[in-house]
Write a protein that binds this ligand. Structure first.
Ligand code: UDP
Length: 239
């Protein structure tokens, strides 16, 4: 099926905020179900897909640090939040009949498997959607950096960064109505222009490993499949 598929193996980065839908906090199960349906559609095209999930809908470490608390503890709390989201996404995928597994960078064997690259590759080869939880397992990092890291470890042909808008703009399109959407950029453009798409560590890691970043809107149902088939709207960051 689908000889014109652009990328055969991808890593999808979904922020925690994407899961909360229009709620101000937590998980909107109908949104998780919709994202799961998009993942299933991509799977059915024969694309191997693994997911890094964020935790910002529940907790961010900076929230503790900004109130005088300990940043490292805050980041531990943020990483735990990503596990909650990963379990929710797995539940949505399983409901749709998609075999999925959660691998956490922080061991919690009663709840999910611990991450190792070999285990992750074996699950992927067995046709499962691998959901990476716990970020990189280290404080002071983000799940965007985890996305870049896991994309490299999984041999992904592209890192799909799911956002609220359909690409990278010259300015925030919600604030600046005539902001321009870029079709393509280089990793260096993103870094030198300070474009707020992923943190510097994530962009540098993808640059080093020659992994393109595809920035697209997760709110457009079916957009992931459209982009994989050569259509849709996105910004492609590559060298
Ligand atoms: N986090 C961390 N190390 C990581 C990834 C995440 O400490 O490798 C913590 C950090 O506190 C972060 C929170 O987990 O604020 C949630 O992740 P992130 O903000 O990246 O989630 P997203 O913005 O994608 O929802």
């Amino acid at each position: 099926m689908g000889s014109n598929i652009r990328y055969r193996r991808i890593l999808l980065k979904v922020s925690g905020e994407a899961l909360m839908g229009s709620q101000g906090f937590g998980i909107d199960v109908s949104v998780a179900d919709r994202i799961a349906a998009d993942i299933r559609e991509a799977r059915e095209m024969g694309v191997e897909i693994s997911v890094v999930i964020g935790g910002g809908n529940i907790f961010r470490g900076v929230a503790v640090a900004s109130k005088g608390g300990d940043r490292v503890t805050g980041d531990h709390m943020g990483m735990l939040a990503t596990v909650i989201n990963a379990l929710a996404l797995r539940t949505s995928l399983v409901k749709l009949g998609v075999d999925a597994v959660v691998l956490s960078a922080i061991a919690m064997p009663e709840i999910c498997e611990s991450f190792s690259q070999l285990k992750a590759l074996a699950h992927q080869a067995a046709g499962r959607v691998v959901i990476f939880a716990g970020g990189t397992g280290n404080p002071f990092f983000t799940t965007d950096s985890a996305g870049a890291l896991r994309a490299a470890e999984m041999g992904a042909a592209a890192l799909f960064k799911a956002t609220m808008v359909d690409g990278i703009y010259s300015a925030d399109p919600k604030l600046v109505p005539d902001a321009v959407r870029y079709e393509t950029l280089t990793h260096n453009d993103v870094l030198s222009q300070g474009l707020a798409v992923m943190d510097v560590a994530a962009v540098a890691l993808t640059r080093e490993n020659k992994i393109p970043i595809i920035v697209f809107s997760i709110h457009e149902k079916g957009e992931l499949a459209r982009i994989l088939s050569g259509g849709g709207r996105s910004t492609v960051v590559s060298d």
